[in-house]
Write a protein that binds this ligand. Structure first.
Ligand SMILES: [Zn+2]
Length: 234
């Protein structure tokens, strides 16, 4: 280890993405935390819009829910320019074997240039590239962002669906392609559904969504945690 790495590790030690405890720089988790046994799976109806294709349901898989310290890391990743978290999520996704490595390519939810300038990078793209490095499945940027939208998280599902219409475009034929669609966090799924719809329209054979976290099941999870306290007798 050189001096720069040593100082870097001293100032910014590698931390477990589940609890924040310092851990080995080759891992994404500490000795006390375990990789989730089952991922969070979401089924989203992407109709209407795909004519003549039987794919109406988009499956989106996330390794964990958007809660606790894991949620905090995603916040750093999204708004704090801490792009190194992408590699950890990619390692987690790889260990959980969330998608078929025989897929044709990985693509991601795009961002406008202005937004990239503001945030420093498109976190969905960074995540897609890290997943690609580990899995060996190539990345292709086939989805284009046509216009900027109002901020999605203040809208409800119906408004979000309306809001994402015409926002993206796919300009190439993707006949028979098996595609992995990546985004950082899934909330209502309206953005993922719209991107998947466009990919299917261009002839994709299958689209599977992969996100670092699922935010909509967070509340349910919180409620559960409230009633099940560790070590507490019923
Ligand atoms: Zn931990």
């Amino acid at each position: 280890m050189n001096l720069v790495d040593f100082i870097g590790q001293f100032l910014y030690p590698n931390r477990c993405i589940f609890c924040g405890v310092k851990c080995s720089d080759k891992s994404y988790k500490c000795e006390n935390c375990s990789t989730p046994e089952t991922p969070v799976v979401r089924m989203i109806n992407i109709r209407p819009g795909v004519r003549g294709v039987h794919h109406h349901i988009l499956k989106v898989i996330s390794p964990a829910v958007y809660t606790g310290y894991y949620r905090k890391t995603l916040h750093y990743f999204k708004f704090g320019r801490k792009s190194y978290f992408a590699k950890k999520y990619a390692m987690l996704i790889d260990e959980m074997n969330l998608f078929n490595k025989g897929s044709d390519f990985i693509t991601y939810v795009p961002m406008t240039k202005e937004k990239i300038r503001e945030r420093g990078y498109n976190q969905a793209e960074v995540l897609a590239r890290r997943i690609s490095e580990i899995s060996g499945v190539p990345v292709r940027d086939v989805i284009i962002k046509e216009k900027d939208n109002r901020i999605q998280h203040t809208l409800n599902m119906k408004e979000r669906k309306e809001n994402v219409k015409g926002m993206f475009a796919v300009n190439e034929r993707l006949k028979g392609c098996h595609i992995i669609l990546v985004d950082d966090i899934i909330t209502t799924g309206a953005t993922m559904a719209e991107c998947a719809r466009l990919l299917y329209r261009k002839g994709a054979a299958s689209v599977l969504g992969i996100c670092a976290a699922d935010a909509q099941t967070r509340e349910i999870n919180k409620r559960k945690l409230k009633y099940i306290k560790i070590g507490e007798k019923k």
